[in-house]
Write a protein that binds this ligand. Sequence first.
Ligand code: ADP
Ligand code: MG
Ligand code: ZN
Length: 482
Amino acid sequence: MPFEIVIGLEVHAQLSTGSKIFCSCSTEFGAPPNTHVCPVCMGLPGVLPVLNKKVVDYAIRMGIATNCTISQHSVFARKNYFYPDLPKGYQISQYEEPLCENGSIEIEMDGHLKRIGITRIHIEEDAGKSVHAEEFVSKNETLVDLNRCGVPLIEIVSEPDMRSPREAYLYLSALKQILAYLEISDCNMEEGSLRCDANVSLRLTGAKALGVKTEVKNMNSFHGVEKALEYEIERQKEILLKEGKITQQTMLWNAREGKIVPMRSKEEAHDYRYFPEPDLVPVDVDRKWVDDIAHELPELPLQRKRRFIRQYSLPDYDAAVLTVSRHLANFYEESVKLYNDTKKLSNWVMGEMLRFLGERKLEIQDSLITPQNLVGLLQLVDRGTINTGTAKSIFDEMAETGKAPQKIVEEKGLAQVSDASELDAIVVEVIEAHPNELEKYRAGKENLISFFMGQVMKATRGKANPKLVNELLRKKLAEKRG
Ligand code: ADP
Ligand code: MG
Ligand code: ZN
């Protein structure tokens, strides 16, 4: 392909504050329509917005985590447009002086690190929702739900630094992971907590100037973004190869049909008639505010992953899986304090534990699995109390009930018989009960040891310590021979 792909993303993340950005209404998702509203968020005349400080805190957290400069002075602006679910006729956003600027994050692509620039992160309010669904209204009606009006958002605008749909996907995943680590957004895609508009253009390989871009909207999954971009890139390529010109426009991605359709040609920025919001004072952020937040920031996903590789000698893959979420990483680190075979522990967390959580659709923090119990289970195996098969078979009960593994083993009588004198007696009994086999064994049919082994296991209902039985059998049979 003679073209280079250029992608820049605009990501809206809903902040997980309890109340809205300019009033005290709840941000709870899924409440009956128009129950979380007040004169401020309904845009009634004569009311004044009051900024929720937590929104600024959260946005600063994201700004620091993405290496942005936090502006000491930022202002709100009115972005004017008409939409039925925007009762004020404008959205309060930030325009010329956003809260955070000039940052970047790193993404990992095939083992290489790549820096993606963040142009800006600004604060804004969400609009309401128009409901067209036929389950609620008849075909030609639309209803408006204002519950979402005034829910706080940050918009994270990237530089046009991505060069493939795959990079866009990795960038989005990295952003989401950071938001989740910072605990400032629940990142729930289905509920619209994370939305992405993708800008894409092509230019001749080696060219400096950017090509004309289109913007693809309406994507509710990261794989959707990747697919939509692939589709749009093909479309642009075909046009350019026929020496046609790309029209700058906004496109809609139809995930069900896997198709892109034009929505509208791109309005110019000044169409919005931005102007400073007269009802709100500027946000002045002093050094101490930023320092205090920086001080409380958790270790970020990529750093934590690298530390896991170093500190616990884990493969890259393990470290990536274990640091997918902060809770999982915490779980692993608490377990490692109690157990020093870091790789065996990782195998159990990635294997049995993630299988269990996946099947139950649970997050680790919502389950009854504790580091003490998981480690307890591994120690039972190490001490020879149970074998690995038994450990796996009681994992689910332990995870479901929160019961200590030791207790489950006792209740179910699953402990291995490792008592030498007890096993010795059984071994003798078994040998004496099978004189024919003993005869053959003595005549040289040594593989009959597994026959005796099986008989001892049967006599102990599978609980005998196999290693010990083997030793005892060999000893006794050798005596008989000699
Ligand atoms: P707009 O005014 O259309 O929103 P911006 O300049 O604010 O455009 O950029 C919006 C997003 O589009 C940013 O993420 C930016 O990196 C990206 N972008 C800008 N120009 C291009 C281009 N020619 N090709 C691909 N992405 C672009
Ligand atoms: Mg835009
Ligand atoms: Zn309100």
